[in-house]
Write a protein that binds this ligand. Structure first.
Ligand code: ZN
Ligand code: MN
Length: 138
């Protein structure tokens, strides 16, 4: 006898994970919901939220919370940095490995052991910067 409930849950979670792993836009739960629905039509938004929480706790995905705005999700759970555009809300990965140096500096200064740290970069993305410059030139 097969456990249908378990299979359905696994299928939903797999669909969420594959949607997240195949995008670089760091989407909201709503966006993930719309994408997963194409594959699993009867999925609910509540199920998406629940599974995102589980996947985050499992260390499979990363939740990026920005205070008052909706959380964004990242299919890459490894510690890496993000640039957030304050104009359009785009989030980009910053592929520079500076983590180790920072942690070593803090460890040496305070004599502690650093296990984790967070850092965000904010500003204007290239697209928003371009349109700002274009409208200023008019
Ligand atoms: Zn932008
Ligand atoms: Mn990322």
């Amino acid at each position: 006898m097969e456990n249908k409930g378990f299979i359905r849950k696994t299928k939903q979670r797999k669909a969420i994970l594959s949607v997240l792993r195949s995008t670089k836009i760091h989407p909201t739960a709503d966006w993930i919901y719309e994408e997963v629905r194409k594959e699993v039509p009867n999925v609910s938004l509540g199920t998406i939220y629940r599974n995102l929480k589980i996947l985050t706790e499992m260390g499979e995905v990363m939740e990026l919370s920005y205070g008052s705005t909706y959380s964004r999700f990242d299919g890459n759970p490894d510690n890496h940095y993000h640039f957030v555009c304050e104009e359009c809300g785009s989030i980009f990965d910053i592929d520079i490995d500076i983590a180790e140096k920072f942690e070593t500096k803090v460890e040496n200064k305070l004599g502690v052991k650093v296990t984790d740290h967070r850092m965000e970069f904010y500003g204007l993305c290239t697209e928003c910067l371009k349109s700002k410059q274009e409208s200023a030139a008019k």
